[in-house]
Design a protein around this ligand. Structure first.
Ligand SMILES: [Zn+2]
Ligand SMILES: [Zn+2]
Length: 272
């Protein structure tokens, strides 16, 4: 199965990226993608965390200068190379994003949640002493808040991020007791015509992608049609990872197209 598109990846400009953008782009070309996006971490939310505030922030101006050169270099490429950012939401960071994001003509802006109340879920500390209901309800409330931010964005990243890092017996977010909030979230996404990514990097040991299938099915039932494939690759070898699995899953639910963004405009690619 040919990999058609990949909407989310990180080069060395991101604090956890390892490879140069050129290397990633060349791999995307080799794979024959028609659309490939580099979306560097813009972790303004880290500024409000106890330990994560020491993690280096994206050098936005340097990244922007580099992407202008790369756009020129790959302008004739059969692979459309998109550049953007993954903006980490925190209520305290909203004003800064609102002021900063419009200064750059990105192709795509991803809206994601990594931190909750002063810490990245990745490190697990934020869960100490909390029940599953407390963690999941808080996470869903923050997701709903993030969907309704006043700055412009295109894609909602890895819904269910926290489930990857918890130790609860039943880690799934797609449970009856959370469905009211999940419905509110999905309805807001649909009303705002945003896109949900299916992310194959942020995944649970037993589940190879996020969000969970039940959430994707519910989104479809409610009328949501905007989905995109995201490897969230931090290495060139991970571009397009699990694409076959995810496109079969998406088609099985009823989705017919991937939504990708060029210069902030949505384009549809038919899933083969
Ligand atoms: Zn992320
Ligand atoms: Zn990412």
């Amino acid at each position: 199965m040919r990999i058609l598109s990949d909407s989310h990846s990180h080069s060395k400009f991101s604090h956890d990226g390892r490879e140069k953008a050129d290397k990633l782009i060349q791999k995307a070309q080799e794979l024959g993608l028609s659309y490939y996006a580099i979306t560097e971490h813009l972790d303004r939310d880290y500024k409000y965390c106890k330990s994560e505030r020491f993690i280096p922030q994206l050098r936005l101006k340097a990244y922007y200068r580099a992407l202008q050169k790369l756009r020129e270099k790959y302008s004739d490429s059969a692979t459309y190379v998109a550049f953007g950012v993954e903006a980490g939401f925190a209520p305290e960071a909203v004003e800064w994003y609102q002021k900063t994001l419009p200064l750059y003509d990105f192709d795509v802006v991803i809206n994601s949640i990594h931190t909750m109340d002063g810490g990245d879920a990745y490190f697990g500390k934020i869960f100490e002493g909390k029940t599953q209901d407390e963690v999941y309800n808080r996470y869903l409330d923050l997701l709903i808040e993030s969907v309704n931010v006043p700055y412009d964005y295109d894609i909602i990243a890895h819904i269910g991020y926290v489930t990857r890092y918890v130790n609860f017996e039943n880690y799934t977010l797609c449970q009856d007791k959370y469905m009211d909030k999940i419905d509110t979230l999905l309805k807001e996404i649909i009303a705002r015509d945003k896109t949900i990514e299916i992310n194959t990097h942020i995944r649970h040991a037993e589940m190879k992608y996020l969000p969970e299938k039940g959430i994707l099915q519910r989104y479809y039932e409610l009328g949501g049609r905007n989905v995109t494939f995201s490897s969230d690759a931090h290495l060139s070898e991970s571009i397009g990872e699990r694409y076959d699995m995810v496109s079969t899953l998406a088609k099985g639910i009823g989705f017919t197209h991937w939504t990708v963004y060029k210069k902030r405009v949505a384009h549809k690619i038919e899933i083969e």
